[in-house]
Design a protein around this ligand. Structure first.
Ligand code: PLP
Length: 384
């Protein structure tokens, strides 16, 4: 039976416990599993390769993303690093010039050690995109909406270009979750998530997932995860499954509030720029509405000249100044000195990340309370 996403979320792994009939999936902490016969490898043999909790999470996420399978890793970065096992010293890797700072740092550091060549590209610029693909990359890393400027990349066009040149396309779908975007359906080979964010949703577990449409690529990903030992622990998979149950409800509610706050920021002349794909003024708005099932709940903004960022942050009573995103709580961060500090300064400026840029991850608080918090911050920023 083909299930809707809400049904997948509510039924994954439920009432499958053969030992006791437990309805909620139990945690299996065993590191090793008994063999019935020494020549027949059981489905679970050693937990570095697979354990029942990780298996359940991989299946649920694969169903949500339309993947054949893949693996669950110890963090989002571990999933990104896993892809790098598919390239060698003579290979070219393309990545967005404004990708997550940790991704930028990893690709820069490994390319400097001669493990591959990397080129950071503005995929929203068609000429730059065509020129980069013409160089014959082996791996193309995509992130849309991008972090932190919410630039929208055409996944279908990039996947088609990738197929033409024989590149593997990997989409980081962390910002939207499988509820709002499915890159494999748009032609990408691989989709990855920092499950630390929306998928687990409660800011209490670090994890990643990487999934492929093609069964043999999915197997390769799982093989590399076992080989390099970067798979996620059983408890983390169990906790992530627990958060996953409410993914759709959280994502929809958070998106509704984000739209409201984006409108408030856009209408306020103490704010000079708002980056939110749900606003018709956003340059990627129509593409976002085409390839996404909603605008999501991440947005960025810049205060107008003369408004003080420190005063704005100091006046907030509901939002928390912290890195990360996608949890139940609203977080605000200054990417230049926080999430993207791992990028070199010139790379940050080139990507459009300024010291005054604020990034918001909208949570589940009451929308009116969040709106008052924003206005309190803006009053303080303009006064100082
Ligand atoms: N991808 C994106 C878009 C992110 O925002 C992050 C972390 O913030 C990562 C990947 C890395 O994930 P993790 O922190 O789980 O390693």
């Amino acid at each position: 039976m083909s299930k809707k996403k809400a049904t997948i979320l509510a039924t994954a792994g439920v009432a499958q416990d053969k030992a006791f009939g437990a309805v909620a999936p139990p945690i299996h902490l065993a590191t090793t599993f008994a063999w019935a016969d020494h020549t027949e490898k059981p489905a679970f043999d050693y937990a570095r390769r697979l354990n029942p909790n990780r298996d359940q999470l991989i299946s649920a996420l694969s169903e949500l993303e339309g993947a054949a399978g893949g693996t669950v890793t110890a963090s989002g970065m571990a999933s990104i690093d896993l892809c790098l096992n598919f390239v060698g010293p003579s290979d070219l890797v393309l990545a967005p010039h404004d990708c997550y700072g940790g991704t930028h740092r990893l690709l820069t550091a490994k390319s400097r050690r001669g493990l591959f060549e990397v080129e950071f590209v503005d995929f929203t610029d068609e000429a730059a995109r065509a020129a980069a693909f013409a160089r014959g990359p082996k791996l193309v890393f995509l992130e849309t909406p991008s972090n932190p400027l919410m630039r929208i990349t055409d996944l279908e066009a990039c996947a088609a270009l990738g197929r033409e040149v024989g590149a593997m396309t990997v989409a980081d779908n962390t910002f939207l979750s499988p509820i709002l975007q499915n890159p494999l359906a748009l032609g990408c080979d691989v989709v990855m998530h920092s499950t630390t964010k929306f998928i687990s949703g409660h800011s209490d577990v670090i994890g990643g997932a990487i999934l492929a449409k093609d069964p043999s690529l999915a197997e390769d990903l799982a093989w590399w995860a076992n080989c390099t030992g970067n798979a996620g622990p059983a408890f983390d998979s169990w906790l992530t499954m627990r958060g996953l149950r409410t993914l759709e409800l959280r994502v929809r509610q958070q998106q509704e509030t984000a739209m409201r706050l984006a409108d408030v920021l856009y209408a306020d002349d103490r704010v000079s720029k708002v980056y939110y794909p749900g606003l018709p003024s956003h340059p990627g708005h129509s593409l976002a509405m085409q390839q996404q099932a909603g605008a999501g709940s991440m947005l960025s903004a810049e205060l107008a000249e003369g408004c003080d960022v420190r005063a704005f942050l100091g006046a907030l009573e509901v939002m928390t100044l912290a890195e990360s995103l996608g949890g139940f709580e609203t977080l605000i961060c200054v990417p230049d000195s926080m999430t993207h500090a791992g990028m070199e300064e010139n790379a940050r400026r080139e990507a459009g990340i300024t010291p005054g840029l604020l990034r918001f991850s909208i949570g589940l608080e009451d929308g009116a309370d969040l709106q008052s918090d924003l206005l309190r911050g803006l009053d303080a920023a303009a006064r100082s």
